[in-house]
Every structure is written in structure tokens, then in C-alpha cells.
Ligand binder design. Structure first.
Ligand code: A3P
Length: 293
């Protein structure tokens, strides 16, 4: 089954309701059979929900708040992206010493099979759909392969249909992982909670990963992970994407606003109503709600 998104054919991944590009389809089998270790730590998110932020925090929690290395070594090297576009990172990830820290945006139905039996620790960061959509709109415009020229309204309709970014729908992605919230090996975080009380969330992550941090280390992590500090840190502000030609210069920064509630500057009452209805349909019955301001 295929669907056209701006003249690009998107294919339904076998056994799922996820639309992916042809390139992804070819990689599915290799993904399915990827060898998992039980001491892996996976950060899983729908794109634009605070992945980079969560990665930087988790890396520091696992490495005694070593900000010196965090400033010197690119985050993507310390914490590779499982389905990285253009460059196949799998050979590198296979050889990494344990515990491996791995980032992915894969939806639950397309995770490697062994995740179920090996039960690595998974940290899933969620974000409210309205701010995620605005963040994604700006990001898509930066991406060279998409060359997106549509306006926000057009983008938002596609985004909420779930065909824009090749990682399935926002709703299914969030709902599927949320349903695992009571599993011992999963910690669910919300972007809005990171904004509200970062120290509290750092401690939550440390407890989940069985890491003991001093109060001073928690403070070091909090200071290193503010929006401003991360935006100015070339090892964690994703500027490498531009260096490899994945994003275009002059189209804004990856570290854009870092706020709750920017959606109010973009949403028409009609769009807002549509998203509220989708929320009622998909997430509220599951007991999943978000802060919007
Ligand atoms: P905005 O576009 O709303 O600013 P991801 O890493 O999943 O792609 O998410 C990117 C979003 O997280 C962007 O949101 C980015 O600014 C925000 N972000 C990254 N680091 C942050 C931080 N330290 N504090 C607050 N927001 C952060």
C-alpha cells in the first residue's frame, strides 16, 4: 500500500500502519534482526519531542556528569542514532562497549525483535502534539532531502495525518509506548516536565538507571543542559547536520525556541479544534494528557 506525500511514494511497512520511504523498507529486515544487549540504554522518541535534550542528560547521568567530554565529543558519536540518514551507523553500534547508549525514532512495531526478550532500558520522551508540530515544521524546512516549501497550515494537516516524517503518526507512536508505562524497563518522560523542573527529572533518570549522583553533579547536569548552554555547545546543538549537508544553512537553528506554548503563535482555532478532537480520540482515553502552556 502506498501513499503520495509531495510526489514521494511512501510505503506501508509490512505488518504496521506506518508509512516509510522506500529506503527505510530496504533497511527493515536488518533492523528487525539487530542484536540487542540487555544492558543497552535506548532513548526513544517521536522526532522533535526532546530527543537531543534527553540524550545529553542521559549521557551525563551515565558518565558522572563529565561535562568536559560532553563539550569535546559530538553527541552523535557518544550516543549514535540507530537509523541515521545517509550514514549506516550499525557497524559502529555493534562494536560499542557496554552499556551502549542508542537513540531511535522507530515506532514500537518496527523496533528490533530482540527488544522484547532482552529488555534493555528504554527512556521515552513525549511532547504535546501542538508544540511538536510547530517544531517539526521548522525542522522540515531545514532538511535538504525534504526541500519543503508549504505553509504551516498545509504542513500541520499532513503531520496530524501521520505521513510527513516517515516515523508513523504522532498519535500511534505516543499511544503505543505509553501503553508500556508500567513495564519495569521503561521510563516515560515529558518534555514539559523537563522544562518545569529539570533537576527533578535528572534525579528520576538517575534512579531509573541505578546511578548515584551527588547534589552537585545534579546541578552540573542541570546547568549544562539548559537551552542556552546546549544551543551554544557545538557538540550537542546538532550543528553537525549542516556539516554533512543534511540541513540547509540560513533556515534557522536546530535549537530553535525550547519552550512550551509556541503553538499559540501558529494554530488557527480550526486547527486547534481538530487537534483537540484527535487528542480526545487517541490519547485521553489512555489517560495521557499534556501541558500546553
Ligand atoms: P523547538 O523547535 O520547539 O525549539 P529533538 O531533539 O527531538 O529533535 O527536539 C528538538 C526540540 O527540542 C526543539 O524544540 C529544541 O529547541 C528543543 N530542545 C533541545 N534542547 C533543549 C533544551 N536544552 N531545553 C529546551 N528545549 C530543548
Amino acid at each position: 500500500k502506498t501513499v503520495k506525500v509531495r510526489d514521494v511514494d511512501m510505503y506501508e511497512a509490512p505488518g504496521t500502519s506506518i508509512y516509510v520511504s522506500k529506503d527505510h523498507i530496504y533497511r527493515l529486515e536488518e533492523t528487525n534482526n539487530f542484536e540487542i544487549r540487555s544492558d543497552d540504554i535506548w532513548v526513544i522518541t517521536y522526532p522533535k519531542c526532546g530527543t537531543t535534550w534527553t540524550q545529553e542528560i542521559v549521557w551525563l547521568v551515565c558518565n558522572n556528569a563529565d561535562t568536559e567530554t560532553a563539550n569535546a565529543v559530538e553527541l552523535d558519536t557518544r550516543f549514535p542514532f540507530f537509523e541515521y540518514p545517509f550514514i549506516n551507523r550499525r557497524p559502529t553500534i555493534r562494536k560499542m562497549p557496554s552499556p551502549r547508549l542508542i537513540k531511535t525514532h522507530l515506532a514500537l512495531p518496527v523496533l528490533p525483535y530482540q527488544i522484547v526478550e532482552k529488555k534493555p532500558k528504554i527512556i521515552y520522551t513525549m511532547r504535546n502534539p501542538k508544540d511538536t508540530c510547530v517544531s517539526m515544521y521548522h525542522f522540515i524546512k531545514m532538511l535538504t532531502p525534504f526541500n519543503y516549501k508549504g505553509n504551516f497550515e498545509e504542513f500541520a494537516k499532513e503531520f496530524f495525518m501521520g505521513v510527513t516524517v516517515g516515523h508513523g503518526s504522532f498519535w500511534d507512536h505516543h499511544r503505543d509506548y505509553w501503553r508500556l508505562k508500567d513495564e519495569m524497563n521503561i521510563l516515560i518522560l515529558k518534555y514539559e516536565d523537563l522544562i518545569t523542573d529539570l533537576a527533578k527529572e535528572v534525579k528520576k533518570i538517575a534512579a531509573f538507571l541505578d546511578k548515584e549522583l551527588t547534589e552537585e553533579q545534579v546541578q552540573t547536569i542541570v546547568e549544562h543542559c539548559t537551552f542556552k548552554t546546549m544551543k551554544n555547545n557545538s557538540a550537542s546543538n546538532q550543528s553537525h547536520m549542516q556539516n554533512i549537508g543534511f540541513t540547509r544553512a540560513g533556515m534557522g537553528d536546530f535549537m530553535r525556541k525550547g519552550k512550551i506554548g509556541d503553538w499559540k503563535n501558529y494554530f488557527t482555532p480550526e486547527l486547534n479544534n481538530m487537534v483537540d478532537q484527535l487528542n480526545k480520540k487517541y490519547l485521553e482515553p489512555e489517560g495521557l494528557t499534556f501541558d500546553y502552556e
